[in-house]
Design a protein around this ligand. Structure first.
Ligand SMILES: NC(=O)c1ccc[n+]([C@@H]2O[C@H](COP(=O)([O-])OP(=O)(O)OC[C@H]3O[C@@H](n4cnc5c(N)ncnc54)[C@H](O)[C@@H]3O)[C@@H](O)[C@H]2O)c1
Length: 460
């Protein structure tokens, strides 16, 4: 418990050279190590079920070019799994649309996989395919490649972007819901027994609405007449993005019941950190780092602001309690899920993929005391409870051997070093919130939000 393509291009690319060590310095040993980093020897994974169930698998990673998908693909490849990345590069296109870019200069997919082969000797295929639209190609890919597992990251994942405008709302639904349906439908059409590992979010539960510990996916209820039941936890989305994850959960329930698909849904907390022991092996492998008001996750945004010497923008009272996980543990959790699939006929397996919960203002306080930058409470652009408690079970991953990294300030070094190195690429105008949940939130923010000039006057 924790508190508080026809088939699109397949591009196997082979070249080799010696790895740069440029990113090694900033990572503390407690966070990530470049040596002895197998699931069983890593400091975060005990010997246990993971080891017993481990076998090298062929894994298709949908959304494998993204913030979580790229480091996960490299981690799984490093562990000996055979990886095929599928991505339509929509996230890179959204960067163009928003006029913002990853703080870190991410290489093209072709260069990324070439660099990985040079550094590790392992091939990763890259397939440019739209999971929500290219249905026949997806079925063909499953028939041809015969993967054991599909990891599904390929969704529009920013709550603010999903609330930006009717365009953002409609795109998020039109991308995420058909993508998940296509995935399930394609597995049925391809007649393959493929295990689906999907990235859901803690936001499907709402925050603190259970009145106690949030269980892992299912909740005991007493129905009228005193009938006991164990049902999917009620969905209580806080944005259109979160609503798509609730819809995914319902679709998974249906495809499991109707077609006996084997599905694991991982309700993940907010991911922080940048690099992993794999992405630091070569600068061309660097992970993306979003710092803008729409895509930047809260802790990464604070660390960016701290390094820039601009006030940490805390929404509302900062009393929102949220769940967090380091990007290195995202990859580890996914391998545990891959190695422990439900049996055919079992209901959808659901894990809470979180390390800990913290209040937003406490996290801002940690960053402020470390950087000497002040916290600035700004109007909340979101429609959400000003304060909430959050008590989340993460027993299942812990029982399978995960010892998650927690918010140790030592871990901040890695992000701080990345931010320092690339801060010349930061556009400070992009850090402030740019999306409001409704008209009332927009009006209040318009009246009280500090100007960009005011926020950046002491910028280092
Ligand atoms: N980042 C977090 O803090 C966080 C927290 C909880 C859950 N998650 C979930 O994890 C998953 C990955 O998140 P992320 O932060 O890596 O996001 P991201 O936007 O960086 O990566 C998603 C990737 O999917 C691709 N994609 C989107 N739609 C696609 C489509 N129709 N076809 C093919 N590719 C498509 C994008 O181009 C992108 O590369 C998401 O589903 C998200 O909801 C993320």
């Amino acid at each position: 418990m924790v508190k508080l393509l026809g088939i699109a291009l397949l591009l196997p690319l082979v070249i080799s050279f010696s790895p740069s060590t440029i990113f090694n310095k900033g990572l503390t040993r407690s966070a990530v190590s470049t040596t002895n980093y197998s699931p069983v020897t890593s400091p975060s994974i005990r010997r246990g079920a993971t080891e017993l169930n481990a076998k090298n698998k062929k894994v298709v990673v949908l959304g494998g070019d993204g913030f979580c998908g790229w480091p996960t693909s490299l981690y799984l490849s490093d562990q000996g799994h055979d990886i095929i990345i599928v991505d339509n590069l929509s996230r890179r296109n959204i960067d163009n649309e928003l006029g913002c870019d990853s703080l870190t200069p991410i290489a093209s997919p072709a260069e990324r996989v070439r660099a990985w082969e040079e550094v590790s000797g392992k091939k990763i295929k890259f397939v440019n395919l739209d999971v929500a639209k290219d249905y026949a190609e997806l079925v063909e890919l499953f028939k041809t490649e015969k993967p054991d597992t599909v990891v599904h990251f390929a969704e529009q994942r920013a709550a603010p972007y999903s609330m930006k405008s009717s365009k953002g709302k409609r795109y998020t639904i039109d991308n995420n819901v058909p993508g998940t349906n296509n995935l399930c439908c394609a597995i049925v059409d391809a007649e393959r027994d493929i295990h689906v590992v999907h990235l859901g979010t803690m936001g499907v539960y709402g925050y603190g609405t259970s009145g106690g510990e949030i269980p892992e996916g299912y909740i005991d209820v007493t129905l009228p007449g005193g009938r006991e039941s164990n049902i999917l936890h009620p969905a209580y989305p806080g944005s259109v993005y979160h609503a798509t994850k609730c819809l995914d959960a319902i679709m998974f329930q249906f495809y499991q019941k109707n077609d006996q698909l084997r599905i694991t849904d991982l309700h993940q907390g907010i991911v922080w950190g940048t690099n992993t022991p794999q992405t630091i092996r070569d600068e061309r492998l660097i992970n993306r780092f979003d710092y803008d008001g729409d895509y930047g996750t809260v802790l990464n945004r604070f660390l960016m602001q701290g390094a820039m010497g601009v006030p940490l923008t805390v929404y509302g009272t900062g009393g929102q309690t949220r769940a967090f996980i380091h990007v290195t543990d995202t990859a580890r959790c996914i391998e545990i899920a891959i190695n422990n699939p439900p049996k055919k006929g079992d209901r959808v397996e659901i894990f809470n993929q979180v390390a800990e919960t913290r209040r937003v203002r406490d996290i801002a306080g940690m960053v402020a005391s470390r950087t000497g930058v002040e916290m600035k409470m700004v109007p909340n652009p979101r429609q959400e409870a000003a304060e909430n408690e959050l008590d989340v079970s993460n027993k299942k991953f812990c029982n399978l051997g995960l010892e998650p990294l927690t918010l140790d300030e030592g871990l901040f070094d890695e992000v701080t070093e990345v931010v320092q190195k690339y801060k010349h690429r930061c556009d400070p105008r992009m850090i402030l919130p740019a999306t409001y949940w409704n008209k009332a939130r927009a009006e209040e923010c318009e009246k009280k939000m500090p100007s960009v000039g005011e926020m950046t006057k002491d910028m280092k």
